[in-house]
Design a protein around this ligand. Structure first.
Ligand SMILES: Cc1cc2nc3c(=O)[nH]c(=O)nc-3n(C[C@H](O)[C@H](O)[C@H](O)COP(=O)(O)OP(=O)(O)OC[C@H]3O[C@@H](n4cnc5c(N)ncnc54)[C@H](O)[C@@H]3O)c2cc1C
Length: 422
């Protein structure tokens, strides 16, 4: 095994096997790995021989003979006989200021598909105060039953209060699958519950399905910086928990004639003694930007980041009744706020029309636009990924194309529509 000048055994990269995924770069505690020409390169003098890169490498491209100590992870495995007691697909019905989050209904819709494959039922887990109407709505969207915890202590979301209550509900009802929307609230809550139940949680899934042979939930999400789609199983723990962002799954149709059972869950809710809510500050919903609800998005990429052209992009968006969104480089450059970012680390969007201007179509961007109905690419590179996958592409310089589009739209769109657009 090679050694460095400090006589430390060092890891060695097998270039032919390395996919350049960067997993080892992120894992190395001393920053001694760089990707050079698409291949990992270890700086021998910096390497401390910890072997962490070997453990993380998905292609077995790093050699290191020294035995690497695996961390002993303390888990509470649920025995096979106990696993059989867990039945049904549960969905957390998120409520904010008396309104249910759309992502909860999207998950109820997906939950129905999963439940069908498992020949089981869909349950809504509803926590809040004065939420009777929402319980009925949950049935109309596809729940077979809704477990309701209605208590003034649940008026405002507090992690520990909600987390403890839902953990108790899971222990009693024992769902085999538990889905939660990856909203800011859902992200916080899901980790509290998974930790309390000592089960696995796959966050930000982009796909959910059932392995029909093993009857297990297949949770798919991007990993290693979006370069690989991983399908994760939770074999030995229950429930199998997953969070999914808004707009990843389609909204099911509501049917007010559906029958279902509303089950009040007896639980002594306690306010958190450590938290005192002084004031709740309401978001100005009218002025808040929410690109996830836009029907038309004009998405600016690095190739369209000259701020002198922003009024032109705004005009195009306005003519189409849409909003401006962007790829990550524009947020990193401070040109647009994070709330406008589309993609893996931004928002998942599902507009009727997505127009990508100067967006190359990197995988981390594309995972956020899968639900778009029609995609138009405006790009000066005919080989760009976005041009390849778009429904329609206009190849050329946007500075020439956009003024022509605006001219054409103005000629077609009646005046009242232009004024009415936002
Ligand atoms: C862990 C991780 C998470 C990430 N998350 C996200 C995310 O959430 N969202 C995201 O967007 N990215 C994300 N990225 C970054 C992503 O990998 C890409 O770097 C990014 O999406 C590229 O943005 P872009 O397409 O705007 O820029 P580029 O890739 O630089 O593409 C610019 C495009 O503009 C075109 N162009 C240039 N000039 C013109 C012109 N005059 N007219 C027309 N076309 C022109 C070029 O041909 C090119 O195709 C992430 C990366 C990592 C590692």
């Amino acid at each position: 095994m090679p050694k460095n000048s400090k006589d430390k055994d060092i890891a060695e990269v097998v270039s032919k096997k390395c996919s350049g995924c960067q997993a080892c770069v992120g894992e190395c505690p001393v920053g001694c790995i760089d990707i050079v020409d698409g291949v990992a390169k270890i700086t021998a003098e910096k390497c401390i021989g910890c072997g962490k890169c070997v453990m993380i490498c998905p292609s077995d491209a790093i050699l290191f003979d020294k035995p690497v100590k695996k961390k002993a992870v303390k888990t509470a495995e649920v025995k096979e006989s106990a696993i059989a007691q867990y039945q049904g697909v549960a969905v957390f019905i998120e409520v904010k200021e008396g309104v249910a989050a759309d992502v909860s209904w999207e998950l109820v819709g997906k939950g129905r598909e999963l439940a069908h494959k498992l020949n089981t039922k869909v349950m809504g887990f509803l926590v809040g105060h004065n939420v009777k109407k929402i319980a009925s709505a949950a049935i109309s969207y596809g729940c077979d039953s809704v477990y309701v915890m209605d208590n003034p202590a649940f008026e405002v979301y507090v992690s520990r209060v909600y987390g403890t209550a839902l953990t108790e509900l899971c222990k009693q009802v024992k769902p085999e699958i538990f889905l939660i929307g990856a909203s800011p609230l859902g992200r916080d809550l899901s980790s509290v519950i998974a930790t309390k139940l000592q089960t696995g949680l796959t966050a930000d899934c982009t796909g959910l399905d059932i392995d029909t042979q093993e009857k297990l939930l297949m949770m798919t999400r991007p990993t290693f910086g979006g370069n690989i789609m991983a399908t994760i199983y939770c074999r030995n723990h229950r429930p199998q928990m997953s969070t999914v962002r808004p707009k990843v799954f389609k909204m099911p149709k509501s049917d007010s004639t559906r029958a279902g059972e509303i089950v009040p869950f007896n639980y002594e809710a306690q306010a958190d003694p450590l938290i005192k809510i002084l004031e709740t500050i309401k978001i100005d919903a009218a002025n808040a930007i929410d690109i996830t609800h836009a029907e038309v998005l004009v998405v600016l990429g690095k190739g369209a980041s000259e701020s002198k052209h922003f009024p032109m992009f705004e005009e195009l968006a306005s003519l189409l009744g849409g909003s401006i969104a962007c790829s990550r480089p524009l947020v990193e450059a401070g040109l647009l706020p994070y709330v406008r970012q589309v993609g893996q680390t931004g928002k998942t969007v599902a507009p009727k029309l997505y127009i990508g201007i100067g967006v190359s179509g990197a995988v981390q961007h594309m995972v956020g636009i899968n639900g778009s109905e029609k995609v138009i690419a405006i790009n000066n590179d005919k080989n760009a990924q976005m041009v390849q996958v778009a429904d329609y592409s206009i190849v050329g310089d946007y500075a020439v194309i956009i003024p022509e589009l605006i001219k054409g739209l103005k000629a077609r769109v009646p005046n009242f529509l232009i004024q009415g657009a936002k």
